[in-house]
Design a protein around this ligand. Structure first.
Ligand code: AMP
Length: 123
């Protein structure tokens, strides 16, 4: 499957410095910033600096350095936010079924309160 990246998405604009963000952590390959609509006391988005739409796209096309830098940023955020001990949820929505709003790969790191079940059961 080919992946098309829209460089006008809002996270691309954040990476270019066109829109402000509340940065939590940054390394050579990733930026982590607070979600503008937090779902819990701690809600941070980790994004790769490269133009990738989804985890599927990223893991197909990114270099080993990008993969490592991004995953390490996820871990750094957990520790910086203080959610490692009590726990957290990492979510990456993709595509239509995943209800992805912003078409630049992001992992939500959510914690700071009990989060309940991962998904509501269908009735
Ligand atoms: P998703 O549905 O997984 O694509 O989630 C996109 C997330 O991006 C949502 O949780 C939004 O609140 C968040 N978001 C959208 N615009 C911004 C922004 N400018 N700064 C920080 N978070 C944002």
């Amino acid at each position: 499957m080919g992946f098309e990246y829209d460089d006008q998405n809002i996270f691309a604009k954040i990476l270019r410095g066109e829109i402000p963000n509340d940065t939590v952590f940054e390394n050579d390959h990733a930026l982590a910033f607070r979600d503008i609509t937090p779902q819990a006391p701690s809600h941070v988005l980790v994004i790769p600096k490269g133009p990738y739409v989804s985890l599927d796209h990223f893991t197909q096309e990114a270099s080993e350095g990008e993969l490592a830098g991004f995953l390490r940023a996820v871990g750094e955020v957990c520790r910086l936010e203080g959610v490692s001990e009590d726990g957290f949820r990492a979510i990456s929505n993709a595509g239509v079924h995943g209800v992805q709003e912003v078409p630049h790969l992001h992992v939500h790191i959510i914690g700071g309160r009990p989060l309940g079940r991962m998904l509501a059961r269908e009735t």
